[in-house]
Design a protein around this ligand. Structure first.
Ligand code: DGJ
Length: 693
C-alpha cells in the first residue's frame, strides 16, 4: 500500500517504489512535515514531538515545518495562502477535519481536509502518488461555502521542506532566442525567487525547482518539483534560520486577486515532485517516463518541414508547393505553412485577427496547397496566433473593445500587436469558431499555435494572469474533442511556453527560435533535465545561422536536431544535390532510431576528456543510440571515452561504428567505455547499438 496511516491516526506516510514522504497533525493542529527521502516503511517509527519556541521572537508557528502555511498569526515566513473575508479579516486559521484516500488504477491519492476555524472556507491538501515513477503530485483545492465572495490574494500549491542547508538550486534563465540557459547557485540565508509576470511563462525562468547536495548525474540527493502551469508563476526557495531549506511554488501573487464566489472552488496547479538519491539522471528519467505514459499524447512525432525560415511572411501557393515537393523528396512527413498566409499579413504590421486566406498569395484558395501536400502523402500543418490582433486588422476596427486595456490609458503594442481579452465569452467563441472552421473546411493535421508578446494593461480584473491561460487550455481541449486527429504545437516566440501545464494540453513544443546547432546543445541539455525528449522539437536550419552567424556543417546540424523531434526549416529549394542526398540519409536514419529517441531513456554521459565533447545515450529495450559532438578540438586533439549507462552487464552488445561493427559486453561498455576520437571543428557522430540475442 502506498499510503499508510499511523496507529494513532495522526501521521501519514506516502511511499513510492523507492521514496517516502511523511507528515502529521501535531498537538496544535498544524500539518507538520516530517520526512522526504529514501524509503522507510514503518509509519509508526515517525514521531511528532511538541516543538518549543526558541524565544518569544521565534514562535512555534515560525519553526514548525508546515505543509501548507497560511497567512496569519505569529507566522512571518512565506505563506502559501492569503485570503480576505468580506468583513475585512485577513487572517486564516485552519483546523484539521479528517482525510480521505482515493484509489485510481495506477495511483493513490490522499486528501487532507482543513477548514477555517470561523468561516465556511475549506482547504483540501491533495497528494497524488505515482509509485512506479517515484513521483507525487501535490496541489490544494480551496472552497468557499460562505454566502459572500472571498478574495484570494495568494495561492501557492504546496510547501516542501528539505532538512539541509547549503544546497544547490538550479533552474534556467534566458530570453527570446536564448531560452533554457541552465544556472546553478548556492542557497544561503535569504530567499531566491523565480517568477514570471508576463503572462507568457518561460522565456526567462522555468516553473520548476531542483535542489541538490552536490549531486552528479548518477550520485547524490536531488529534490525536485515542476509546476503544472503556463502563465504567471512564482517560486521561492529559502534557507531558514532553523536549519532547513523550504521551497514553494504556485500562482504569482503579483497584480493578482481572484474573487472566489459562494459555492466556488479553485484548484491550485499541481506540482509534480520527487526525490532521487541517485543524482539527476533518475530525476530526469522518472519525469520523462511519467510524461510519456501519463501526460503526452501517444505516438511518435512526425518529421516536419516548416517554411518559416525559408520564406518568412512572403508565402505564395506556388513556392510553398515547391517546398512541399522538396520536403517530401527529403523524407519529411508533415509540411507546416507558418506565418503570412492570412489577411493582409505581409510583415508584422497587419493581419493578426483577420483569419481569411490571402487571395493574392493563394489565388486558387488554400485548397491548392493542402491538396498538393496531401497528394504527396504528407500531413498538412498551419500556423496561427489566435490570442492576438494587429491594430490595423479589420477585427480590431470592428471590435476595439476586444483587447486587454484600460479606458484611460494608451495600450502598448509589442510586435505591433495587442492581446485579445479572452476572458470575454464573445472573444473565446471567435477564437474557437475561427479554428473550428479552419479545421472543418481544410484537411489540416497540425496547428502551430504561436503567441509573440507578453500581456499588459489587463484591465480591471486581477485574475487575468491566471484565467488567460486556463481559457486557452479549454479552447484547445474543445478543439481536440471536435478534431481528435489534429496535433497542436505550443510555440510562444520560440520556447515561451514550456512547462508541465502546457505539456498536458498540447502535443508538440517549440523549444526555441535559436536553431544554431551548437547553441542548441546547451538548450537541449538543460531542457532534457525536466522535459521529455518527445516534447523537444528541433529543426535543422540554414547557415550562416540567422542569430549566431555561425556556419556549421550540415551533418552536425542534423545530429544536433536528431536529439529531439526532428524538423527541417532550411530553404530546401536552394539545396545542392549533395545537401539533398545528405538530408535524405539523415532523415532515413532518424526514422530508424526515432522510437529510441522519442520513447527511450535518456542519459547525459560524462566526458572524461579535456576536449569539450558532448555525449548522450538513448536506450529503449534492446536498442540504443549514442550521440557525440565535438564543437572545436583543442591543442592536443584528444579523444574521449564514452562510458554508457543502463546496460545489462552480462549481455553482449553490437555497436555500429564508422570503423565497422564491434561486439563488447555491457560491463565493458559501462566501466571501461568506448574510445572515440573526433577531429576538426563541429565534428559529430551517431552510433547505433543493440543487445545481442
Ligand atoms: C515565432 C515563432 O517562434 C517562429 O517559429 C515563427 O512561427 C514566427 N513566430 C512567426 O511569426
Amino acid at each position: 500500500m502506498s499510503i499508510a496511516v499511523s496507529t494513532k491516526g495522526d501521521i501519514f506516510l506516502l511511499n513510492t517504489q523507492s521514496t517516502s514522504y511523511a507528515f502529521g497533525i501535531d498537538h496544535l493542529g498544524l500539518v507538520r512535515h516530517l520526512y522526504w527521502g529514501r524509503k522507510i516503511e514503518a509509519v509508526d517509527d515517525f514521531e511528532l514531538p511538541e516543538l518549543t519556541e526558541v524565544s518569544t521572537n521565534d514562535p512555534v508557528f515560525e519553526i514548525t515545518p508546515e505543509e501548507f502555511p497560511v497567512h496569519g498569526g505569529l507566522r512571518y515566513k512565506e505563506h502559501c495562502l492569503k485570503a480576505t473575508f468580506p468583513d475585512g479579516t485577513r487572517e486564516l486559521v485552519y483546523r484539521y477535519c479528517g482525510y480521505d484516500v482515493e484509489k485510481g488504477e495506477d495511483r493513490e491519492e490522499l486528501v487532507i481536509h482543513l477548514m477555517d476555524d470561523h468561516y465556511a472556507f475549506f482547504m483540501d491538501l491533495r497528494y497524488k502518488l505515482y509509485p512506479q515513477y517515484d513521483l507525487m503530485e501535490r496541489s490544494v483545492v480551496v472552497r468557499n461555502q460562505t454566502e459572500a465572495p472571498i478574495q484570494i490574494e495568494k495561492l501557492h500549491s504546496a510547501q516542501f521542506h528539505i532538512p539541509y542547508e547549503n544546497l544547490n538550486f538550479s533552474n534556467v534563465h534566458g530570453h527570446w532566442g536564448a531560452e533554457q540557459q541552465r544556472f546553478v547557485q548556492k542557497v544561503s540565508y535569504g530567499k531566491i525567487v523565480i517568477e514570471n509576470r508576463r503572462g507568457i511563462s518561460t522565456h526567462n525562468h522555468n516553473p520548476y525547482f531542483v535542489l541538490d547536495q552536490d549531486a552528479t548525474e548518477t550520485d547524490g540527493q536531488v529534490y525536485f518539483g515542476a509546476l503544472r502551469l503556463s502563465g504567471n508563476f512564482s517560486g521561492v526557495v529559502e534557507q531558514t534560520q532553523y536549519g532547513e531549506t523550504l521551497v514553494q511554488m504556485g500562482l504569482n501573487s503579483h497584480d493578482f486577486l481572484l474573487e472566489l464566489q459562494p459555492g466556488e472552488s479553485l484548484e491550485a496547479p499541481a506540482i509534480l515532485c520527487g526525490y532521487s538519491d541517485h543524482g539527476f539522471e533518475t530525476m530526469s528519467q522518472n519525469l520523462h517516463r511519467f510524461a510519456r505514459d501519463h501526460i503526452l499524447r501517444e505516438g511518435l512525432r512526425p518529421v516536419l518541414y516548416n517554411s518559416w525560415e525559408a520564406t518568412e511572411f512572403h508565402v505564395t501557393s506556388r513556392e510553398q508547393i515547391k517546398l512541399a515537393q522538396k520536403a517530401k523528396e527529403m523524407g519529411a512527413e508533415l509540411f507546416v505553412l507558418d506565418d503570412g498566409w492570412f489577411g493582409e499579413r505581409h510583415s508584422t504590421q497587419n493581419g493578426l485577427g483577420d483569419w481569411y486566406v490571402n487571395e493574392g498569395k493563394f489565388p486558387n484558395g488554400l485548397e491548392e496547397l493542402v491538396d498538393a501536400v496531401k497528394a504527396l502523402d504528407m500531413k498538412f500543418g498551419i500556423w496561427v496566433e489566435p490570442e492576438m490582433v494587429n491594430p490595423k486588422a479589420q477585427l480590431y476596427q470592428d471590435h476595439p473593445d476586444w483587447i486587454y486595456h484600460y479606458e484611460t490609458r494608451v495600450t502598448d503594442t509589442s510586435r505591433v500587436q495587442y492581446v485579445l481579452n479572452i476572458t470575454k465569452p464573445e472573444v473565446q467563441e471567435f477564437i474557437y469558431n475561427m479554428l473550428d472552421n479552419l479545421l472543418t473546411r481544410y484537411d489540416i493535421d497540425y496547428i502551430k499555435w504561436d503567441a509573440n508578446r507578453p500581456i499588459s494593461q489587463t484591465g480591471p480584473q486581477r485574475d487575468v494572469w491566471y484565467q488567460h491561460i486556463q481559457i486557452i487550455y479549454d479552447i484547445v481541449k474543445r478543439l481536440k474533442e471536435a478534431h481528435p486527429h489534429v496535433l497542436f504545437e505550443a510555440c510562444a516566440s520560440g520556447g515561451g511556453r514550456i512547462d508541465y501545464g502546457i505539456l498536458g494540453i498540447f502535443d508538440d513544443f517549440w523549444t526555441s527560435d535559436n536553431t544554431d546547432a551548437y547553441d542548441r546543445l546547451y538548450i537541449q541539455d538543460a531542457y532534457s533535465r525536466i522535459y521529455p525528449i518527445k516534447a523537444m522539437r528541433a529543426w535543422v536550419t540554414d547557415c550562416p545561422n540567422f542569430l549566431s552567424g555561425r556556419v556549421i556543417p550540415l551533418t552536425f546540424r542534423y545530429h544536433s536536431a536528431m536529439m529531439g523531434t526532428l524538423g527541417v526549416g532550411c530553404n530546401i529549394l536552394k539545396f545542392s544535390p549533395e545537401e539533398m542526398e545528405l538530408s535524405q540519409k539523415m532523415i532515413a536514419l532518424y526514422k530508424d532510431i526515432r522510437p529510441i529517441i522519442q520513447e527511450g531513456d535518456f542519459y547525459r554521459l560524462d566526458n572524461p576528456s579535456a576536449d569539450q565533447y558532448f555525449l548522450y545515450e538513448y536506450l529503449k529495450e534492446n536498442q540504443g543510440v549514442i550521440f557525440a559532438f565535438l564543437p572545436q578540438s583543442k591543442v592536443g586533439h584528444r579523444g574521449t571515452t564514452i562510458r554508457l549507462r543502463g546496460l545489462d552487464e552480462q549481455a553482449q552488445y553490437t555497436l555500429h561504428t564508422s570503423k565497422g561493427d564491434m561486439i563488447k559486453s555491457g560491463s565493458y561498455l559501462m566501466y571501461h567505455g568506448l574510445e572515440l576520437k573526433l577531429c576538426g571543428d563541429y565534428a559529430s557522430a551517431v552510433i547505433q547499438f543493440e543487445k545481442n540475442p
